[in-house]
Design a binder for this molecule. Structure first.
Ligand code: N5H
Length: 259
């Protein structure tokens, strides 16, 4: 089995800065020889993404805006990708959002608007992207799609609240999408990452204590890094994982097996 990703192209959605899990994924794919296309949501992250992309082995990455709240924007973005590169081999979907004020206290504080917003950006966006990739026949030779989730989608984790419910929806979508896209030999999987200090974790009051619990209780007695998630993404996006779809792999130092 060839470990190289040379000659393969992947779309990485959701790099915000050098701490982003998406950036860990990009670095692993780049080290394996892949060509990358980056998409960002907010205008203000474009410069960051371009600067980071310049540090990769593979130069001239395509960097495009993709507002995942809009079907038209997603379609336009992936049409541009098709025009520029013809076909791709996979997508890393690393996008989520919920209102900060709904990520603390009681889950029942969530509003209808906040509930829909979190589901729209954090869950439906995966389905919307998979749908467009299928319709545009972007992966004619088969492919692999991955998304990021967290243990709070499977069980109650303090403060995760609406994001937990959105991740549960995302994880269920992975299974239904795996079943649909399997006909085109496109695999769909999730990585459930342990807590990592990313932009998304910013503003989380007691993040230090969440990390401390990893050191104390996770089977490996430590936290995980973006490059560890990146290497699992590399595996899932490569042919090494060709028999795996609809799966959720925990890259969390084993924390999910602890009661
Ligand atoms: C149990 C926890 C702690 C509670 C933290 C929840 C984090 C949820 C993730 C969402 C995506 C964070 C989020 O949307 C924050 C925004 O309200 C405010 N931030 C922003 O607007 C920044 C600037 C932008 C760029 O952020 C986004 N998302 O676009 C979970 C943690 C132990 C693990 C964790 C941090 C999980 C996770 O899903 O990220």
């Amino acid at each position: 089995m060839n470990l190289s990703l040379e000659g393969k192209t992947f779309v990485v959605m959701g790099v915000a800065n050098k701490r982003s899990i998406a950036w860990g994924i990009a670095q692993s794919l780049d080290a394996a020889g892949a060509r990358l296309i980056f998409t960002y949501g907010r205008e203000r992250t474009e410069k960051n993404v371009r600067q980071l992309a310049e540090t990769l082995n593979h130069q001239n990455s395509l960097v495009l805006q993709c507002n995942v709240e809009s079907d038209e924007a997603i379609e336009a973005c992936f049409k541009t990708i098709k025009e520029e590169v013809g076909m791709i081999d996979g997508i890393a979907h690393c996008v989520a959002f919920a209102n900060t004020e709904e990520l603390k206290g009681d889950y029942t504080n969530v509003t209808r608007e906040g509930f829909l917003l979190a589901h729209n950006i954090s869950s439906y966006s995966l389905t919307a992207v998979a749908k467009v990739a299928k319709e545009l026949e972007l992966m004619p030779n088969g492919g692999s799609i991955i998304t990021l989730t967290y243990l709070g989608g499977e069980r109650v984790m303090e403060n995760y609240n609406i994001m937990g419910v959105a991740k549960a929806s995302l994880e269920a979508s992975v299974k239904y999408l795996a079943n649909d896209l399997g006909k085109q030999n496109i695999r769909v999987n999730a990585i459930s990452a342990g807590p990592i200090r990313t932009l998304s974790a910013k503003g989380v009051g007691d993040f230090n204590s969440v990390l401390k619990v990893m050191d104390e209780r996770a089977p490996l007695h430590r936290g995980v890094s973006i490059d560890e998630v990146g290497d699992t993404a590399y595996f899932l996006l490569s042919d090494l994982s060709r028999g795996i779809t609809g799966e959720n792999i925990h890259v969390d130092a084993g924390y999910h097996v602890i009661g």
